[in-house]
Design a protein around this ligand. Structure first.
Ligand code: NAP
Length: 307
């Protein structure tokens, strides 16, 4: 596979990458998909996806990804293990590198998604995996009958908080403002939960503990007053950073580091397309990622036909 020039290489295996693989394989392009270090992307840490059409009772993120992967594979998409560490889009035939191995393709679809953002406060790094988490689905189980905090005021924070009520005896949502960004439905769900308490206009200044997290030092954003919360875990849900480090100096990125895309999926280099969260700081849904994955594959097909 390393000596061939593929029609299309897809980087990333979340909903965008897998949908691109499905469409490209059905178009007879025999796509190669590089799965990355976290195969499946963000849905793998989502307990239940209730807004992906076609699943009226919801579907777990793991199950949705597994089905998408099977569907793309059925039409001939080939999966490559590993992480793309470097790209060269300046040559006539673009190349991507997995470690030192070079793979060439006539077109590339970038679907590398985004990663959770961290607070950057003292104690956060030290207690990662020991009370600090970004995934309630993965770690919520460890907090049975404990007090936990969730930081953020968006859909992710509220979804994590509601999920954690299955285990924790109390869930405190710490938000830096007094208005939530989350959708109305999730707000209603969270507010209806007796176990959930809100700390408004509050930020975390320090995560404290010995071997494990034991509490948080907080500060009121309006009052400036310091306070503390005793808790065994803190879930950070404050948004995401796009995975675009390897595309710096190769593609046009916006101020937040997202790939700049015109006509939804076209980058500034012909034949290089972007799909999903890596080029979308606004919608960031599994369904919109899939939609742009479809568009990118169709645009790649048109591009290849023109060559
Ligand atoms: P988000 O909508 O960007 O919300 C991030 C939250 O974190 C905001 O409330 C923000 O506060 C807060 N925040 C950001 N930086 C902070 C910092 N340094 N310190 C303290 N707080 C900070 O991110 P998200 O909740 O991850 O959602 C991302 C996208 O995925 C959204 O489009 C969302 O609709 C979607 N999503 C959907 C679902 C669902 O439909 N089931 C579930 C999860 C996510 P401010 O409000 O003050 O800016």
């Amino acid at each position: 596979m390393r000596d061939e020039i593929a029609n299309v290489i897809i980087i990333g295996s979340g909903p965008a990458g897998l949908t691109a693989a499905l469409y490209a394989s059905r178009a007879g392009l025999a796509p190669r998909l590089v799965e990355g270090d976290s195969p499946g992307g963000q849905p793998m840490t989502t307990a239940m996806i209730e807004n992906f059409p076609g699943f009226p009772k919801g579907i777990s993120g793991v199950e949705l990804i597994s089905r998408m992967r099977e569907q793309a594979g059925r039409f001939g998409a080939k999966f490559l293990n590993g992480q793309v560490t470097r790209v060269d889009f300046k040559k006539k035939i673009p190349a991507v590198f997995i470690k030192e191995n070079q793979y060439k393709a006539k077109s590339v679809i970038i679907a590398t998604g985004a990663n959770p953002r961290w607070l950057g406060v003292p104690g956060e790094d030290k207690f990662k995996g020991r009370g600090v988490s970004v995934c309630a689905t993965c770690d919520g189980f460890f907090y049975r009958d404990k007090v936990v905090a969730v930081v953020g005021g968006g859909d992710s924070a509220l979804e994590e908080a509601v999920f954690l009520t299955r285990f924790a005896k109390k869930v405190v949502i710490i938000h830096r403002r007094d208005k939530l960004r989350a959708s109305k439905l999730l707000q209603e769900r969270a507010r209806a939960q007796e176990k959930i308490e809100f700390f408004w206009d509050t930020v975390v200044e320090k995560i404290k503990g010995n071997k494990l997290v034991e509490g948080l030092e907080l500060r009121g954003t309006k009052t400036g007053e310091a306070s503390s919360l005793a808790c065994s875990g803190v879930f950070i849900a404050i948004g995401h950073e796009p995975n675009t480090k390897i595309f710096e100096n190769q593609l046009d990125l916006d101020q937040k580091g997202y790939i700049k895309a015109k006509s939804f999926v076209e980058t500034n280099i012909e034949g290089i397309f972007a799909a999903g969260d890596v080029a979308d700081s606004h919608f960031r849904q599994a369904i919109t990622a899939s939609a742009t994955g479809c568009m990118a594959a169709m645009m790649a097909e048109e591009y290849l036909a023109r060559q």
